[in-house]
Design a protein around this ligand. Structure first.
Ligand code: DNO
Length: 356
């Protein structure tokens, strides 16, 4: 069981508080201010590792080492950026870190239309409504996300990534799903040797929401495409971050079935619930099954049944109790979520006669 932590000076949640969450084993972190495409500095990696270990925790994995758009587009300079990615993996491998979460979403990472939808109990949550997306342009979207973020820079919406957004859209105009898949394959084949050298597991994050946004191609959206990913580079180190909330945006995705079909290739899990209001309209509920549309018991049970052994973390929390935090990443609701998931797991294990 892990929690995501963005680093001192970025994340208002501190390691000493995280350590007090019952059941916590480690944190998932990143060098938050390093832009995509830049090689990570060895000393910076060792420093964050030491800071986390000094706090009595460990680094369970990196989320994310972001992929430069030239790699996703297959631009002429992609080999340069792949070279930097390989160097970063070496730095991580040398530091004994062997799990990397990344995504292959063009331009935007996850997308929401409201970061603080008020629910009847006063909690605020992320929500998404396709109708709103259809009415605005991508630049406006960036403004909406930034203005709503309480002065925090959200992961995936870093200003430096968004600075050249018009340019980026132009560069993607010739890219369709097949080309994006081919560029992902090229990238993965290039990095597999270094992954093998250090036994680094690559865990691609599904696209969120699990469909095309602003006409950009999106490929990590469903079982068929996830299977295509693991088969096209059939190395056990090429795997997936099973994110129930992202895949769950599409009610046609049967999460437990997807988990079973990816046995052996899920290296990391994000487990959270969402509530569907109407087609293309959803909000992020509390973690428990009764509050949303996903069956969290069946998701945890499927992970147990496939012998999933990687780090698992609760995902976006609701904003509750007046916490001032990065939207989606407060301590309070994620700690509640973690406790709930730990409880489900204990029940699942004991039911199977496993001691815990
Ligand atoms: C959102 C996160 C994503 C995720 C990246 C992985 O809160 O789930 O930003 O970290 O897509 O690269």
């Amino acid at each position: 069981m892990t929690l995501r932590w963005f680093g001192t000076g970025v994340d208002p949640v501190t390691l000493d508080k995280i350590r007090q969450v019952p059941g916590i084993d480690g944190v998932i972190t990143t060098l938050y201010n390093v832009p995509a495409g830049v090689k990570w500095d060895k000393d910076a990696v060792l420093a964050i590792k030491k800071e986390i270990e000094d706090a009595g925790l460990s680094i369970a994995g990196i989320e994310s080492v972001n992929i430069h758009d030239s790699i996703k587009i297959g631009a002429e300079d992609r080999d340069f950026y792949i070279g930097n990615y390989i160097e970063t993996l070496k730095v991580l491998g040398e530091a004994g870190i062997n799990l990397v979460c990344y995504n292959f979403m063009p331009v935007f990472d996850w997308t929401r239309t409201d970061l603080a939808k008020v629910r009847p109990d006063g909690a605020t949550v992320f929500s998404y409504n396709q109708k709103l997306i259809d009415e605005i342009n991508p630049e406006k979207m960036f403004d909406v996300i930034t203005k709503n973020a309480d002065g925090f820079h959200l992961p995936g919406w870093e200003p430096q990534r968004m600075a050249g957004i018009k340019e980026l859209f132009k560069m993607y105009s010739a890219i369709d799903e097949q080309i994006l898949f081919a560029n992902l394959e090229y990238f993965l084949k290039a990095i597999m040797p270094v992954c093998e050298q250090y036994q680094i597991k690559m865990a691609i994050h599904p696209d969120d929401p699990a469909w095309s946004v602003f006409g950009l191609p999106r490929i990590m959206t469903c079982k068929e495409n996830l299977l295509r990913l693991i088969r096209m580079v059939d190395n056990p180190l090429n795997g997936v971050t099973l994110c129930s909330g992202s895949l769950g945006t599409n009610p046609d995705n049967d999460i437990a079935d997807i988990i079973h079909s990816l046995k052996g290739r899920i290296h990391f899990a994000h487990v959270r619930n969402i509530k569907h209001n109407a087609p293309g309209d959803f909000e992020e509920s509390a973690h428990l099954s009764a509050d949303g549309s996903l069956d969290m018991y069946s998701i945890m049970k499927a992970l147990f049944d496939i012998d999933f052994e990687g780090p698992l973390r609760p995902d976006h929390g609701r904003n509750i109790w007046g916490e001032v935090c990065m939207p989606g990443y407060g301590l309070y609701d994620r700690a509640i979520g973690l406790s709930y998931l730990t409880g489900l797991l204990e029940a699942i294990k004991k039911n199977k006669g496993v001691k815990c």
